[in-house]
Design a protein around this ligand. Structure first.
Ligand SMILES: [Zn+2]
Length: 347
C-alpha cells in the first residue's frame, strides 16, 4: 500500500466514522418513535409471574426531564441511541439470577435465565421477558442493516437483535448495560420505598406514618420537570411536580398491597388534579413505584377498584416509575405531628 493509498483509506474511514457520529447526533434530536398511544405490555407480579397483557400509558418526557432522572451515560445510550464500549458495561459479566428492567421506566425486559455469554462484551439474551415489552426499528446507520430494539413503553434505546443467537430462538439481543437496572432474585431487602401523591402532603404523611411496618416518611415533590423545586415553585403549577410522600417500609411486616389499601381509602382517586378544596396538578393522585412488583400490584388494585363499581368515576391515578424525589422544606415535614390538626379525607 502506497503512502497515498494508506492516507486515502484512513481519511475514508475517518469520514465514515464522522458521518456515523453526525447521524447519531441527528438521531439524538429526532424522536425514534412519535406514536404516543397507550401500549400493551406484560408486568411481573410479586411472585415473579407474568401478568396477562395490559394497556398502559406511553411514557413521554422531554430530553431535559429525562436528564433529571438519568445519568449522562444512561441518557446518551437510551435517548440518543448510543452504544457503550464493549466489556465496559456493568452487566456483560453478571451471572447472578434476577430480572433486568428498563432503566428509564421500570418495565421488565429480560431475565437471567435467557442470558448467555456471547463473548461480544455486551449483555446478551436469547429472548425477552415478554415479546410485547420490546419494540424494534430498522437501523441502517454505519452502512449496515440492523434491527434496533427499544423499550416499548418509553422508547429507550436498548441495543440490537441479531439472528446468530443460541437455541431455542436463535436470536441474540445485544443490549447496553446502561439501558438496564438489575434486581437479584431472592435477596431480602430490609426496606422498600414507594411514593404516593394523594392531595395535601401534610395529611398524606400523617396517614402513612401511622401504619404499622412503615419505617420512615418524608414529604416532597416528584413527577415534575424541574430540579430542586420549592413549595412556591410547585404551587405555581409550572413545575409539573405533585406533592408526594415517600414511604419507606419493612416488607417483612407490610406488603405493598396493604399500603395500597390505605392509599385508595385515604383520598378520592377519581377527581383529576383535585382533592376537595385543593385544586391543581400538584394535588393529583399518583403512585410512583420503585419495583416491578409494586407496579403490578398498583395496576391490579386500581383495575379491581375501578371494576368494583364503588367509585363515582374512573380512577385518574398516575402510576409511573419513580423519578427524582425532592424533599420538601423542613417546615412541611411531619407537619401535623408538630402542629396538630388534620386534613379531612375529601369524598
Ligand atoms: Zn422503558
Amino acid at each position: 500500500m502506497t503512502k497515498r493509498t494508506f492516507l486515502t483509506t484512513i481519511l475514508g474511514t475517518v469520514g465514515i466514522v464522522a458521518a456515523a457520529e453526525q447521524l447519531r447526533r441527528f438521531k439524538s434530536h429526532t424522536p425514534m418513535i412519535t406514536d404516543t398511544n397507550p401500549v400493551t405490555v406484560r408486568l411481573l407480579d410479586g411472585a415473579g409471574t407474568l401478568t396477562d397483557p395490559i394497556t398502559v400509558p406511553k411514557v413521554v418526557k422531554s430530553d431535559d426531564t429525562w436528564r433529571l432522572q438519568l445519568t449522562d451515560e444512561q441518557f446518551r445510550i437510551t435517548r440518543t441511541a448510543g452504544t457503550e464500549r464493549a466489556f465496559c458495561g456493568i452487566f456483560h459479566d453478571n451471572h447472578k439470577l434476577g430480572l433486568y428492567t428498563c432503566v428509564a421506566c421500570g418495565l421488565p425486559l429480560f431475565r437471567s435465565d435467557a442470558k448467555f455469554d456471547s463473548g461480544t462484551g455486551w449483555p446478551s439474551f436469547f429472548q425477552p421477558v415478554a415479546a410485547e415489552n420490546i419494540g424494534s426499528t430498522k437501523d441502517t446507520a454505519l452502512g449496515m442493516a440492523r434491527t434496533e430494539v427499544h423499550c416499548v413503553r418509553c422508547d429507550s434505546h436498548l441495543g440490537h437483535v441479531f439472528d446468530d443467537g443460541p437455541a431455542p430462538t436463535n436470536l441474540r439481543y445485544c443490549i447496553n448495560s446502561a439501558s438496564l437496572l438489575f434486581r437479584e432474585d431472592g435477596v431480602k431487602t430490609a426496606r422498600e420505598k414507594v411514593i404516593f401523591g394523594a392531595g395535601c402532603f401534610w395529611g398524606v404523611e400523617s396517614t402513612f406514618a401511622a401504619v404499622k411496618g412503615v419505617t420512615a416518611t418524608r414529604v416532597g415533590y416528584s413527577g415534575g420537570t424541574t430540579k430542586n423545586p420549592s413549595y412556591e415553585n410547585v404551587c405555581s403549577h409550572r413545575t409539573g411536580h405533585a406533592e408526594v410522600v415517600e414511604v419507606e417500609y419493612d416488607p417483612a411486616q407490610l406488603s405493598v398491597d396493604q399500603l395500597l389499601v390505605v392509599f385508595w381509602k385515604s383520598h378520592n382517586p377519581t377527581t383529576r388534579d383535585r382533592q376537595g378544596p385543593d385544586v391543581g396538578s400538584q394535588y393529583r393522585s399518583a403512585i410512583f413505584f420503585t419495583t416491578p412488583a409494586q407496579e403490578a400490584a398498583a395496576r391490579a388494585s386500581a383495575a379491581k377498584l375501578d371494576a368494583s363499581g364503588t367509585l363515582r368515576g374512573p380512577i385518574t391515578t398516575q402510576i409511573e416509575f419513580a423519578g427524582p424525589f425532592y424533599a420538601a422544606e423542613e417546615y412541611h415535614q411531619k407537619y401535623h405531628a408538630k402542629h396538630g390538626g388534620y386534613c379531612p379525607v375529601p369524598l
